[in-house]
Structures are given as C-alpha cells and as structure tokens.
Design a protein around this ligand. Sequence first.
Ligand code: CP
Ligand code: NVA
Length: 305
Amino acid sequence: MIRHFIDLWDITVEEGWLVLDDSLRIKEGAPQEKILEGKYFALIFTKPSTRTRVSFEISIRKLGGEVMFLQENNLQLVRGEDLKDTARTLSRYLDGVVIRTDSHEKLKEFAGYSSIPVINALTDMSHPCQVLSDVFTLYERFGEGIKDLKIAYVGDGNNLCNTWLVAAGLFGLKLFVSTPEGYEPSSYYYQAGEDLCKITGGSIYLTPNPVEAVKDADVVYTDVWVSMNQDRDEEKLQALKNYQVNSELLKHAKDTVLVMHCLPAKKGEEITEDVFERFVDFIFTQAENRVYAQMGLLKLLFTQQ
Ligand code: CP
Ligand code: NVA
C-alpha cells in the first residue's frame, strides 16, 4: 500500500504515538536497520529551505537511502510539462518524493498520480513534518504528559497553525489558538482537528485574545507573520501587532513556560529577541529533532510496504 503523508491525518492516532516512541529510541541511539537501503528519494522544493532540506537528507541517508535534491525550475515542469506526467515519470525511477510547494492542491494532484509515497515538506496549507517533530520535542520532555499541557499558538493563522489544529486532534492535546480577526486558521483544518479531538479527548479553543490563550500556558508557539511567497501586507502586520510573543505577554503564562518557534524567525516581529534568546536551547532542539521525527516517520511509511 502506498502511504502518502500529505497531512497529519494520514497517520492514525496509534501510529502517531508509535512514531513518537520510535523517534525517541532513535535519538537515544538505538541501533537502526538500514531499512531504506537500495531506495532512491528526491526532494523537490519550489521554496527555500534550511532545516527541512538538510534534515530530510540526513534522515534518509541515516536509514541507508539515497537522496537527490531537485528544484522545480530545473525540471520540465517549468516549461509546462504536466504535474501528472512528472509524477508518473518520477514514480518509475524513485521510491519516494518529499515535496515543498506553494500549492497544497498541486501537492495532492501530484500524489494522485504518484505510485510512490509523497511526503509534504510544507505547502501553503500545512507543514506536518514540522509539527510532528514539535510534538516529539514536547514528548521528549513530558512523555504522555503532553496531553495535560496548555499549548498556546499565537499569531498568524497560517500553515503551521492549521497543522497544530490537527496535531491537537491526533495526540489529544489542549490547544488554545489566538489569531487576529481575518487571519484565523482554515475552517477545514479546524474541523479535522475537532473531529479527531472527539476520539482522543483533545480540545481546541479559538480566541482573538492573546492574553486569554497564553494565560497559565505551559507552551507558547509562534511563527512568522509573513510566510514564504507572501507580500508584506501592512494591514496584516498592524492586525498582528498585539500578538507578538514578548516578555509582557509571557507574564500571563506559567513561570515554567516554554516558547517554541519552527524557524526561521523574524525577531522584533512575531517574537522579541530577548524572548527568543531565553528559549534558544528549546527552539534549536526543535530544529534538531526534525531528523529523528522524520526518521521515525520514514520507518512507519516504508516498513509497511
Ligand atoms: N521550519 C522549517 O521548515 O524550516 P526551513 O524553511 O528552513 O525548512
Ligand atoms: N509559515 C512559514 C513556515 C516556515 C517554516 C512559511 O510558510 O513560510
């Protein structure tokens, strides 16, 4: 069976916890079988990347696979070759593709014609590998206690925010989301998260009031206000002004609060420099953990084939 990983709901609740456990074992140094030996992967990215590209190359190689990096502008796609023909061609050569693209719809179209697993490395709508890894970063510290944490996402209702809604559902988390009016997350992802919450006991609470979201929070998460390929929209930046993660806002959180950021950060915008530096170790542990969480995910997707 081909296992695509387009959104977090492509794995089951049970598989989600298995990946967290396995990622922890991998990070702790458990010997790993080279389960991707003899398998060939391509990373196809139409947007810049530091963490996702490097961590995926390492995750694949550590499991014995071969990987090549392709940019859309070097493929015939740029001259108008169909996405479906590209998917059908690459399926004849490769064993898996990891794609970063502007359009979630295009990613789904590609997956529809691909006979090999397609992994979402960020679209305009979601970034499941990042959030899976972020949940792993919390799991590494709190174990199953992650279900008892109050997690606040504050800022733009973007691809990261959408993915957190699904993560709350999948892992049964208590998520508070605070975004300004007009910049809320997608109602589709909200509904998917809510549906999963009914099974796992998670909860999602949306509020335009960042203080309410951050009050007594254990974790505060933020992301850039201007995502890749978006214009700097002054009206949006103005609307987000009160959603900055700064020391004033954090006074409302627990003393033990942890701040998370998927990076890259725009310091002085969604997060202040002092707050960023205060939580720098945890933030770069998030970045580091991409390798382990993706290894756990790859093992899940490629050992069941
Ligand atoms: N967080 C993340 O996906 O970073 P990159 O854009 O550097 O890959
Ligand atoms: N929301 C950001 C995330 C970057 C990892 C973007 O899409 O640019």
